[in-house]
Every structure is written in C-alpha cells, then in structure tokens.
Design a binder for this molecule. Sequence first.
Ligand code: TYD
Ligand code: MG
Length: 489
Amino acid sequence: MAKPRSQYVCQDCGAVAAKWAGRCEACGAWNSLVEESVQSAPGGLAGGGRGAGKIRFVDLESESQPRPRLVCGIAEFDRVTGGGMVPGSAVLVAGDPGIGKSTLLLQVAARLAAAGGQSKSAAHGAACAYISGEESIDQVRLRARRMGLAKAPVQLASATSVRDMVASLDKPGGPAVVIVDSVQTLYIDSLESAPGTVSQVRAAAQELIRLAKKRGFCLLLVGHVTKEGLIAGPKVLEHMVDTVLTFEGDRGYHFRILRAVKNRFGPTDEIGVFEMTDEGLQEVANPSALFLAERRGNIAGAAVFAGLEGTRPLLVEIQALVSTSPQATPRRAVVGWDSGRLAMVLAVLEARCGLALAGQEVYLNVAGGLRIGEPAADLAVAAALVSAATGQEVPEETVIFGEIGLSGEIRPVSQVELRLKEAEKLGFSRAWIAPRRKQGPGKAGGKAGPVGGPGLVIEEIAHLQDLVARLAAPGDLPQKRSGRVQQAY
Ligand code: TYD
Ligand code: MG
C-alpha cells in the first residue's frame, strides 16, 4: 500500500503546498496552512462511477417547459434571488455568526412548506427539508415555536454526515428544497480532515450540489463568514454554487440586509431589507422610511442622500462633524462609507473651493448603520461636510445626489427619476442633483426627459462651488490662502 502523503492547504484561499510554511505563498495569509492527507476523490458517494459513460449532446432549446421558480412569498427574499429560486440550483447564504441566517432560512422553509401543503399539487408541492448541523431538533423546534411557525410541514432533521444526507435524499420524490445549516459542520467520513477545513467544506458542498442537480432540488447552504470577511472554507464555495447571498447588518441595529453578490439566474445588485424582531425577521417594504426614522429635523452637518440599491431607491441620512483638532494629524473617521472617497471629497473641497479642512478633525457617518458604495453619494457627503464646517443647514426637505470629479465638476448619475420619485414619495420638496445626461451619440442611457412631479423643485448643480455657495455666506468659510478660490479647469 502506498504511504499516505500529506499536503498543506491554506484555509483562506485553498492553495495547496507540499511543505508547511508560515505564510501562504498564494494569498499571503499568515499561519493559514493546515496539514491534510492526500486522498483520491471521495469516489461518488451517490453510487456513480460504474464504467465510462458517453456525453449526450442536446439542443439549447428544450421541448419541455422549465420547472417554475420556487417563490417563497417573502417578497424581500424572492426579489434578491431574482424572482424565486431555480430548481436544481445551489444557493449559499453567507454571513457573520449570529446575524440571523438560521432564522431567515427557517422562515423561508416554513413559507415554502406551507405553500406546498396548500397547493397539494405534486409538481408544486414544495416539500422542504431543513437539516441542522448546529442545533438539535429541540432547539430548532423551540425557535420555530417562538416565531409561530411550528405548524408548518417542514421536514426537520439534525445531521452532519454527508453520506447520511445523500443516502436519504438520493431517491425520487424527495423534497423540492433542502436547507443545510451550516456547511462548516458537514463532514465526509472518507476524508481525514476535520469539519470546517477547506477539503471537507469543498468536498461536502460538491457532493450536495451534484445531488441537487441530479434530483432537481434547490439546495440552500448556510456558510459562516470568518473574521476577515471571507466565506469560511473560503472562496472555494463561491464559485461552486449558482448564487451567493450575503446576510449582513450591524449588530447594534435591528435591520439586516440580504444582498445577492453572485447570481447565475438573476441580477446581482438587489437587496432585501429585514428587521429582526422577537418573532423573527420581518420584511421592510419601505426601507427609506426606516433609515430616515431617526432623523431629527434640520441640523447642520446632515444631508439626505437619495441612493440606489439594486433596482430600488433608498434614502439615507449622511452626518458629518468637523471640529478643530489639537493634534498635528487630525483624525478622520468614517462609518458606512469609503475613507479613500472621503479623502478625495475633502481634497476637492480644499483645492477647488478653497475650503480649508486640513487642520480639522472630520467624522462622517451614514445613519442607521448602512454601508454605501455608490459614488453618487459624493455630493451629499460634500453637502454634509460643508454644512458642518459652516454651521449652515441644508435647506429643509432636500435630497442630494451626484458624483464629484477631481476638478470639482458634478457628474451625472444613473436612475435619476427613480431617486426623485422615492424622494417625492417620502415628502421631500427639493432636490440638488447632478446635471442630467444629455442624450447624444456615444452616450449611453440616461433619459433627459421631465423628471419629478409638481411637488419637487429640482436644482441641478454643475460644480462643487455652486454647492458651497448655497451653503455658505461669503466669509463664512474657513478659507485657504486669503480666500482666493482656485479656478477649475
Ligand atoms: P441566528 O438565526 O441563530 O443566526 P445565525 O444562524 O446567522 O448564526 O440568529 C441569532 C440571533 O437572532 C440571536 O442573537 C437572537 C436573534 N433573534 C431574534 O432577535 N429574534 C428571533 O425571533 C430569533 C429567532 C432570533
Ligand atoms: Mg445559525
């Protein structure tokens, strides 16, 4: 018998090395190599592998109708999956431990099972299995009872062995949806490494995904995210599954955001917003109202940004604080936005508008704990900063959006109408926006048609200086170089 060989697998990136090293050569992570024994592939637990088959080629067009997507009825979840889950697909739901993944998926399971029970149709009977590797059956039951879901006909099991799962699921007439919580607890007995290691996670997921494709059930895998923000058992899982949903949120707040970061069957920029309550997660149909709920009227240093998450507009308040610093290097702290982007906006304010903030401490916060990635937030951030520096409030009921270029020009953003509509719906009366795109040859998208209803006064801001002029009386500003404003090119 051949001597069993060892190899060293990086637990962060999955790279394999022949020798142990303190640092992974592929991803540079320290102390991430773990010894695992080399084995040939676990050899088709599903009982395949008999003789070599031939590939059968088929046409792109199918004669039979594709099976309908599985819609659970939780609108926020269905939208993120691209209009329901596709039979035979694998979905990874990733998030920090304790963020609410099990809660969400138990609710999804209950809704699917209840709907299946009602329709009584074999084709649509979304029998739903929930396999927990982390909690005992009693714990899951207790949770279900607290959330008022105990009556839902979910098939519940507590298991961690992939071999057992395959044995019970690899037969016709099985459930339409299988939820496995979590992939880090799974193990395949033919592998020596511990559950949660790269080889176990990869092999277990592979085995279940293969079965999902074969039997046509939709597989929902829960994956915990490590401290570094990687999906543990790392990136290897991301490209094996069809859809990756991340569930995120600040533990200090009640709301949670489900985000599609990869979706083979739908758009990837959709978000679903939920609120964690005593009875589980509630859908938030109007997130703007939630994020603006804590707003305390008009104060200096606050501006409302009309943003966009996926196809959906989202209004959030951006708060800034500017104060003189006792330190040589003043502090800059950002929550919910990119600190590099803040540095850029500050530099443009200084260079193009003569607003001297170099000696000041600057704090920026996106209220509600949301994280914004859109450059369209630049103008609202600048407004909050200027307002904080001058003490002059942004006029009441004003929404702001626009991207700032390095010369101080305000650049157009997408989906202007959608943002304005949302602002109007929430009772805003004024919008400071980037100049709208003129349609012309070579320019993509962007309708320049009439926007906003009668209730909204729209003011286009072409240059950052226009914004500064609106928020500061002359002499109000901490000026740079005897107040001379540098000319923009
Ligand atoms: P859980 O779904 O167990 O998180 P995960 O599976 O992502 O690790 O959620 C755990 C947290 O959610 C826990 O801190 C308690 C809270 N929670 C509620 O506030 N209300 C509820 O109804 C439930 C079930 C959980
Ligand atoms: Mg859990």
